[in-house]
Design a binder for this molecule. Structure first.
Ligand code: BT5
Length: 266
């Protein structure tokens, strides 16, 4: 059964261009990020949206796997050629997280928040993950693929993740996935335009308002070390600025680190 049809969500879009053409919508794909990356690398697409009912090889960061069973979530990627210098592309992760968080809040009233760098959380658990990948098209231009996995219906994540994952349906009368897609794409186009116009400054207010990391004490875990401090801010390259007990500001790059609140996952 496939009910994620462009004909159902395209009329709800408020975008100028995103989602209006270059749409791939299929029942089963390996990974929506992989599909768009390959098309972009071959120069066959420069802006587009790819989504499916289920992924057979859904990916998280660092080759972790992403559970994407049939009909349980919005497994979707967006291909963009943002007008940003390469070092600013991590800002697109922020744009995707802001857009998803705003879309969820607007349609459901659920208190969704952004956990740095790439999670949307609610009720202390992960509702959506963002996977940003960049590459170069044959014409030398840089592209980014922003993938989002949003858990909508129960069964979206495996039972062993129940203490860290949640689906919208467990928190509210979930709206249709088609409504969520249209709201997300509309918010994403707006957030990316704001970042293109003035980088971090264009999206900083939204990011600060929606973050559940900033202003809180966090534990930073990396293979090399663990330290705690207060997450004060993010910088224009997407790094988290953490003030340690000694008053020193440490710059934490998303990568092989995980940031936890002192009270648990969030
Ligand atoms: C992420 O990675 O959170 C990014 C997830 C991006 C998924 C989307 S779906 C559409 C597009 N196509 C893809 O192939 N990917 C993108 P990370 O921060 O590394 O988190 C991965 C970890 O989250 C896993 O190791 C699990 O512990 C957990 N996890 C897996 N599936 C989950 C789910 N459905 N809900 C919540 N947590 C999950």
């Amino acid at each position: 059964m496939q009910d994620l049809l462009p004909a159902a969500w395209q009329p709800l879009l408020t975008t100028c261009s995103l989602g209006r053409e270059g749409v791939i919508c299929q029942h089963t794909l390996t990974s929506t990020n992989t599909v768009l990356k390959e098309l972009a690398r071959r120069g066959e697409m420069s802006q587009g949206v790819c989504l499916c009912e289920m992924q057979t090889a859904g990916r998280g960061r660092l080759d972790r796997s992403w559970s994407s069973p049939e009909g349980r979530g919005v497994w979707m990627s967006v291909l963009l050629r943002p007008q940003l210098p390469p070092e600013k592309t991590p800002l697109v992760t922020f744009c995707a997280a802001i857009a998803m968080t705003k879309a969820i809040r607007r349609l459901t009233g659920v208190d969704a928040r952004i956990k740095w760098p790439n999670d949307v959380v609610a009720d202390g658990r992960k509702l959506c993950g963002v996977l940003l990948e960049a590459g170069f098209a044959p014409d030398g231009g840089m592209f980014v693929v922003a993938g989002t996995g949003l858990n909508v219906r129960s069964g979206a994540y495996p039972p062993e993740l129940a203490d860290r994952a949640v689906a919208l349906e467990e928190l509210c009368d979930a709206p249709s996935r088609n409504e969520l897609i249209a709201a997300y794409l509309s918010e994403l186009e707006e957030a990316v335009s704001a970042a293109e116009a003035s980088y971090l400054e264009g999206i900083a207010q939204s990011y600060h308002e929606l973050s559940c990391t900033l202003g809180h004490e966090v534990q930073v875990l990396s293979p090399a070390e663990t330290f705690t401090g207060v997450a004060e801010s993010v910088d224009g390259d997407g790094a988290l600025l953490v003030r340690t007990g000694a008053g020193e500001i440490r710059r934490v790059l998303a990568g092989d680190v995980s940031v936890r609140g002192l009270m648990g996952y969030v």
